[in-house]
Design a protein around this ligand. Structure first.
Ligand code: 5GP
Ligand code: ZN
Length: 123
């Protein structure tokens, strides 16, 4: 897709701090992080928004969702429960959709946001 910043990142026409890549997805650090850890999981295929997805995208969306905790762990904000049942870590996942959803880049992406609090939007 011409003039799409995430298509250009996916095809390496512009650089990013890449943390993951496979045939379908890339993940890279957000250029303007809202928290100590903030990365984006992005399909290589150009899909404008979550509202443009249908049943053909179920596997892709599932893959994105399953990648989030794996990469969060690698990046230092994994969720875990210790032997005493004490939970720690964790992260927020977010799809902004459309103008009222705060979407700025119209190429589907999942935000993964975490790290020690406080950070923007979190107590
Ligand atoms: P949206 O508001 O569309 O859900 O989020 C778009 C995100 O993409 C924002 O958090 C913004 O900081 C990030 N972003 C925009 N342009 C670039 C870029 O060129 N490189 C990277 N790494 N992130 C970007
Ligand atoms: Zn695109």
């Amino acid at each position: 897709m011409e003039n799409c910043i995430f298509c250009k990142i996916a095809t390496k026409q512009i650089p990013s701090k890449l943390i993951y890549e496979d045939d379908d997805l890339i993940a890279f650090h957000d250029i303007n992080p809202a928290a100590p850890i903030h990365f984006l999981i992005v399909p290589k295929q150009h899909i404008a928004t979550l509202a443009d997805c249908d049943e053909h995208h179920v596997a892709l969306l599932g893959k994105m969702a399953l990648l989030a905790p794996r990469l969060a762990k690698e990046q230092g904000c994994g969720y875990q429960v210790d032997g005493q049942g004490q939970a720690s870590g964790g992260f927020k996942t977010l799809f902004n959709t459309g103008p009222d959803g705060g979407q700025e880049v119209y190429h589907l992406h999942m935000h993964v946001i975490g790290g020690p609090k406080p950070w923007r939007g979190q107590r």
